[in-house]
Ligand binder design. Sequence first.
Ligand code: NAP
Length: 263
Amino acid sequence: MLRPFPLVGDRMENGIVLVTGGSRGIGAAIARMAAARGHAVLINYNSNVAAAEAVCAEIAAAGGRAEAVAGDVSVEADVDAMFAAADRMGRLIGLVNNAGVVDVAARVEDFDLARLQRMFGINVYGTVLCSGRAVRRMSSRHGGQGGSIVNITSVAAKLGSPGVFVDYAAAKGAIDSFTVGLALEVVREGIRVNAVRPGIIDTDIHASAGDPDRAHRLGPDLPMPRPGTADEVAEAVMWLMSDAARYSTGTVIDVTGGRGIVP
Ligand code: NAP
């Protein structure tokens, strides 16, 4: 059996890390942190090219290596193009399935199929499609040399998000199950699969749900009375990807300031 591939602390020549949705928010923090630890980073984004290029420029200015690749993780041809870009950069050793979306707050009787297809397409299909492409490259079963996958789920998977977005919570619940299943599917092939479960984090995702003040409005009522930061989520991702976590697979780390830890 291959040892889980050591990631953090390796030289960038040893391989690259692909961060989906790496251009803004939590993904951008993960990309910056991975680059600062010496990894070449491929930053996927959907439409905001300026944000992606700004993160690449920041990484380059700090002496790191980063490239951006456009693509919708829910579109198979885009996923293939994204992984082809990764192949051109080097050997893929890390994938962070971070790209995700919410929608405006609504009750279940107001959901239509288009909303659900977007919600599950990006959050669930995207994660599964990208993971499959990564496994083809990393798994010893396919001649690969191992790697690490980290999925970004949400405390919504535990709380269910009633009256807000039960569809988002259900999609993240699917990510939790997928993390366990994939971890065991590839555990003897040199790949570890883990997840990070953020609580309320201060990013633009709340504005995209039509509620830009959500994090700061809810923050004071959280067990730790503030929203989390993207960097605080990225730190957990770095640990899970690193060789320090070499005996951990199928694990989900809560980064919620205590939200959702009591059933
Ligand atoms: P964000 O600030 O809205 O950033 C989303 C990122 O995903 C952007 O880089 C965006 O690129 C990209 N993206 C969106 N749709 C995409 C698609 N179809 N294909 C590829 N990339 C796509 O979000 P965030 O708050 O950082 O959230 C990141 C992850 O953490 C998500 O999975 C989210 O569900 C999870 N999470 C967030 C919170 C929170 O409170 N913020 C809490 C729990 C979990 P463009 O700019 O080009 O669209």
